[in-house]
Design a protein around this ligand. Structure first.
Ligand code: ZN
Length: 193
């Protein structure tokens, strides 16, 4: 941040009195510009037929990671809930209608100031289509997942959690659970916008 969004005066990076962190402070109007993590919300759209589960992925049409596969996800907007955001992103990127199920993964990515959350979802029909941010949208069986061409670590982790839980379900040893994880800086890839 270079300029105050209230008065357009240049801002300074200083620690305000009674604070413990540096903030962008406007020395003209006194506004303290707090910056906090952003929420990235997505869904895991599942299609089940004859006992076989497939998951809907989108191939990104935009940078970063253009051409790589992702779950439908994006930044949460003001005035929507997390599940609204998951359904909206799924409609925008995959042209797909879903029924939201439980929260499935919550992954902190502190070094890029983001929290990623993915909901399990049931795909309601097969009339999906690539939105403007996607080159292609298709269903994948576990054996077909393009692991080397997944866009971001949070997607890879979420898909691994998914297939682990599906295996537990198949063998009667468990059910879907909420998975949480904190990623460290060595994942240098940028995170989706
Ligand atoms: Zn100002």
């Amino acid at each position: 941040m270079k300029f105050c969004s209230e008065c357009a005066h240049p801002v300074s990076l200083i620690t305000p009195p009674d604070d413990t962190r540096e903030r962008f402070v406007c020395t003209n109007c006194g506004t303290i510009h707090y910056q906090n993590p952003k929420m990235v919300i997505g869904s895991i759209p599942l299609w089940e037929q004859d006992g076989e589960v497939q998951v809907l992925l989108c191939r990104r049409a935009i940078e970063p990671r253009r051409g790589y596969w992702t779950l439908p996800a994006g930044f949460m907007e003001n005035e929507e809930s997390t599940s609204d955001a998951a359904a909206r992103e799924t409609e925008e990127e995959a042209g797909a209608r879903i029924e939201i199920r439980q929260l499935f993964s919550l992954i902190n990515v502190p070094h890029v100031h983001q929290v990623h959350m993915f909901y399990l979802a049931t795909l309601l029909d097969l009339d999906y289509a690539a939105g403007v941010e996607s080159l292609e949208v298709r269903l994948f069986r576990e054996s077909e997942i393009p692991w080397d061409d997944i866009s971001f670590p949070t997607i890879t982790h979420t898909l691994k959690f998914l297939f682990e839980d599906l295996e537990k379900l198949r063998s009667g040893k468990g059910d879907f659970e909420l998975h949480t994880k904190d990623l460290k800086r060595h994942f240098r890839e940028p995170i989706p916008t």
